[in-house]
Design a protein around this ligand. Structure first.
Ligand SMILES: *Cc1c(COP(=O)(O)O)cnc(C)c1O
Length: 286
């Protein structure tokens, strides 16, 4: 297991790796304000808020309890207090919470905040959802250098920079990179390929990853993004009761649920790495 739940900064998780590069760019750009968006229990928003506080930057996030594509997910949702919301408040992050709506409405609200603040004279650095820009993905190209050879790497995949960075590094090798999708939309593979093209541009390389280069298993999303059900809770309990390691209900719990099923089916075999992406504060909003 790769313990990115123990990356350390602001209660750990995979987002710290992206922030290393995103905050560097924010400071280099001369920004005094960072604007992003995310669901109300977003782990990225929490780690970004803490990183901005340390770097002396103001941070605003547009947020919804549970953004959706066509209709709200029907599974059990997290509370809109406690967990990451509590930590955001402690770091001084400014949350602008709007009624539930679509992802597009939440992105538009973040852009409106950025424009509003620019008109007041602020210099704004915009961060896409989950920190999934080319620089964010670069954090995971570098992360891949830390591990010895594995036949399979299994982890939770959502906004895409974790998956894209790992696939970018392992493309053309014998290591299979498999994301357990935490979002139900099959089109996310197209977004990941676009992100990989942005990485090509950033690094001056020519990997040209295609959507079909990204292995995604959508069977463990459950009732939709940001919700969880009994099968995910079963996987969380199994890990807790065999290893004393905690998983979260929205991402890493679903990833481990997928890993157990794929091993049972014989789809994955040999040396398998479970990349624990963190998310633990969400346990305290269940
Ligand atoms: C954000 C997140 C993921 C997904 O990572 P992406 O790079 O957005 O795909 C997985 N696990 C946890 C705990 C997360 O917070």
């Amino acid at each position: 297991m790769k313990r990115d739940d123990l990356t350390g900064f602001a209660m750990g998780g995979n987002k710290g790796r992206k922030l290393e590069y995103l905050l560097g760019e924010a400071l280099e750009s001369g920004a005094d304000l960072v604007v992003t968006c995310g669901s109300i229990q977003s782990n990225f928003v929490r780690q970004l808020g803490a990183a901005c506080a340390v770097a002396g930057l103001r941070c605003i996030a547009s947020s919804m309890a549970l953004p959706y594509e066509d209709a709200p997910a029907t599974g059990t949702r997290l509370k809109d207090s406690g967990g990451n919301v509590l930590l955001n408040d402690l770091c001084g992050l400014e949350m602008e919470v709007m009624p539930d709506g679509t992802w597009e409405e939440m992105y538009a609200a973040a852009e409106a905040i950025a424009v509003r603040e620019e008109s007041k004279g602020h210099r704004v650095y915009r961060v896409p959802i989950g920190g999934s820009s080319a620089r964010g993905a670069y954090g995971f190209v570098k992360a891949a250098e830390e591990i010895p050879h594995f036949d399979w790497i299994v982890f939770a995949s959502s906004s895409g920079s974790t998956h894209t960075g790992l696939q970018y590094f392992f493309q053309g090798t014998t290591t299979q990179v498999l994301g357990i999708a935490c979002d139900p939309e099959p089109e996310i593979a197209n977004d990941f390929a676009e992100l990989a093209h942005d990485l090509d541009a950033l690094l001056g390389t020519d990997k040209h990853l295609r959507p079909t280069d990204f292995k995604l298993d959508f069977r463990f999303v459950g009732d939709g993004y940001g919700t969880y059900g009994e099968s995910t809770l079963g996987a969380i309990r199994k890990m807790a009761r065999t290893e004393g390691i905690f998983l979260d209900p929205i991402y890493s719990g679903k990833a481990f649920e997928g890993l157990l099923q794929l091993a049972k089916e014989g789809t994955i075999a040999g040396k398998v790495l479970f990349w624990h992406t963190g998310g633990l504060p969400a346990l305290f909003a269940m």
